[in-house]
Design a protein around this ligand. Structure first.
Ligand code: SF4
Ligand code: SF4
Ligand code: FES
Length: 574
């Protein structure tokens, strides 16, 4: 039901039950915010969103107060503007002054607020923060000196990711955000998903940068540089280069990477197709032997770490097939190197990922073959954007190119790995084809919900029934795990992506608090699939060639040696 309120002497409609902030936004009226996050309980911590409401002595935080019929609100009265300015001045009173060198320079919300509120000098100077920079994690750098206590990381990690790495420690002016027992991130329960990096308004949480080592390798004439690009990258960065956000720029990225100096560029979606072959076979084998069902997906390294930490007695359920990133890395090192006659140790293998946990995955001991890491360096989508800008590539005026052989043709099922539900669909298509030699079409898939609403689907192939569950993000994961493991639900496979929406919303993607653009990225991938001629990994000629020339067969000794791994329990303070 609508009510009427007055804002800045203008009468507007608002939905009963909405907060003042929601009502203002729905009417296109902006007030600055810091601690507020869509869909999460407002805390009223920063007070930046205050407004003046007639009849109230104090300014009200618009994010936590509900609109009332007839309210008369001023969003930018002198008192309100003064209060907001003082808040930002106080936030800056002990904030480091190294903006020029800060990772968030140019995308820092605190900088933007200082500009908006015309804070042009340091009014108060208080003692600088004494906690040290935390460089322990391969995924995330934490600089507590830049923390403004907005609590966004605390809430996203707890309420959305169900991990709860961060908490507020101490009270009043001694309060800070830290990890349990003040452990360094690498020794905490952090799974490296990077969702906190996406929401931190300042440079307090940023990704671990790997650009420098990539540039060194490119500049070294003795090294052959190889890049692989994850399925979701091409639909995530067009707007960073002034192009329509919905443009798929796969071919443009290949061309740009070659201009930067990479010797070979490959599509990780091809490795995703190989992963579909292997995981489909693994699932069929497990089902036949009646062991380790449901099989849990293992393509998301943050999820794998989550299982290792919280569910050590369920590790046997994780698929033993490596993630597409690691499959590509292993094949580049052990197969591609031979086809072009390069010593594997002379290859510098770079993977470009939407995900910060991939940086951790690439460094895992298990991800090495004959003493060499499958992947040498992982850079995020944001780092790719920086690299392209650094080399001055004009993305709007560059001819599109194709990926290099032998990893140049993908099925659209491989591309689907970039969205929640995509890997499950790709594996379902593969299983159906393996059993029936026909393609799985929508009319043969029955969408379902299990337990308290977990998304699932089932299909029949030559009389065999399969049921797959899809877990989109880790919210409520502990209850969901209980449900998907119940034998009566008869789930065969569970796909879990730690980031809500999947890799299109990975922690390494361009900064956006905008749900719409994440949905748009997913939509483009779905449209690519819709229009594609090869929709099943079984029909991918590049993959056939890899099996013929190197792996021999799906599930062969060679496949097991190069594409499979094992995980083990991880002892951290939960
Ligand atoms: S680390 Fe960032 S997101 Fe977390 S409380 Fe500090 S400023 Fe806010
Ligand atoms: S990376 Fe993910 S798990 Fe780690 S602290 Fe951030 S949100 Fe939590
Ligand atoms: S945004 Fe409302 S109190 Fe922080």
């Amino acid at each position: 039901m609508n009510i009427t309120i007055e804002v800045n002497n203008r009468s507007i409609k608002a939905k009963k039950g909405d907060t003042i902030l929601e009502a203002l936004r729905q009417n296109g009226i902006r007030v600055p915010t810091l601690c507020n996050m869509a869909h999460l309980t407002p805390t009223g911590a920063c007070r930046l969103c205050v407004v003046e409401v007639e009849g109230y002595d104090n300014l009200l935080t618009s994010c936590s107060h509900i609109v009332e019929e007839g309210m008369k609100i001023k969003t930018h009265s002198p008192r309100v503007v003064r209060a907001r300015k003082t808040i930002v001045e106080l936030l800056l009173d002990n904030h480091p002054d190294d903006c020029l060198y800060c990772e968030k320079n140019g995308s820092c919300e605190l900088q933007d607020l200082a500009v908006e509120l015309h804070v042009r000098e340091r009014k108060v100077l208080s003692k600088s923060f004494s906690q040290k920079l935390d460089l322990s994690s391969p995924s995330i750098v934490r600089d507590p000196a830049k923390c403004i206590l907005c609590g966004r990381c605390v809430r996203i990690c707890d309420e959305v990711q169900s991990v709860s790495t961060f908490e507020f420690i101490k009270r009043g002016c001694n309060m800070y955000v830290g990890t349990t027992m003040s452990r360094d991130l690498n020794f905490s329960n952090c799974i490296g998903c990077g969702q906190c990096v996406l929401v931190c308004p300042t440079g307090a949480l940023t990704e671990r940068q790997n650009i420098a080592e990539v540039i060194d390798a490119i500049n070294n004439p003795e090294i052959v540089t190889v890049a692989q690009i994850a399925p979701s990258i091409s639909v995530s960065i067009a707007s960073e280069f002034g192009m329509k956000a919905t443009k798929d720029i796969n071919g443009i990225i290949y061309a740009a990477l070659r201009k930067i100096g990479f010797d070979y560029v490959f599509d990780t979606s091809v490795a995703a197709d190989i992963s579909s072959h292997e995981m489909a076979q693994e699932l069929l084998d497990r089902k036949e032997n009646g062991e380790s069902i449901p099989m849990l997906s293992s393509c998301c390294p943050a999820w794998v770490k989550f299982v290792e930490q919280w569910y050590p007695n369920r590790i046997n359920l994780l698929s033993a097939v490596k993630s597409p990133q690691q499959i590509m890395g292993s094949l580049v090192r052990n197969y591609f190197s031979k086809t072009v006659g390069i010593n594997p140790s002379n290859i510098f293998s770079v993977s470009i990922m939407p995900c910060l946990a991939k940086k951790f995955e690439a460094q895992r001991e298990e991800m090495t073959t004959r003493g060499l890491s499958d992947v040498d360096s992982v850079i995020s989508t944001r780092e790719l954007v920086r690299l392209i800008k650094l080399y001055g590539i004009d993305m709007q005026n560059i001819e599109t190119q194709h990926a290099d052989k032998p990893f140049n043709i993908r099925s659209s099922a491989g591309k689907l790995f970039g969205i929640s539900g995509g890997a499950a669909e790709a594996i379902a298509r593969m299983i159906y084809f393996r059993i029936t030699s026909k393609e799985l079409v929508d009319k043969n898939i029955k969408e379902e919900r299990i337990g308290s609403g977990v998304k699932a689907f089932s299909f029949k192939a030559a009389g065999h029934q399969f049921r797959f569950a899809i877990v989109n993000g880790l919210k409520n994961i502990h209850e969901i795990i209980g449900e998907v493991l119940k034998p009566e639900n008869e789930i065969d496979f569970v796909e879990v992506m730690a980031c809500p929406g999947g890799c299109v919303n990975g922690g390494g993607q361009p900064f956006t608090m905008d749900e719409k653009s994440v949905k748009q990225r997913a939509k483009i991938i779905a449209e690519i699939d819709e229009a594609d001629g090869i929709k099943c990994a079984a029909k991918n000629p590049s993959v056939h060639a890899v099996y013929e020339e190197f792996l021999e067969d799906v599930g062969s000794e060679k496949s097991k040696k190069f594409l499979y791994t094992r995980y083990s329990p991880r002892d951290v303070l939960l």
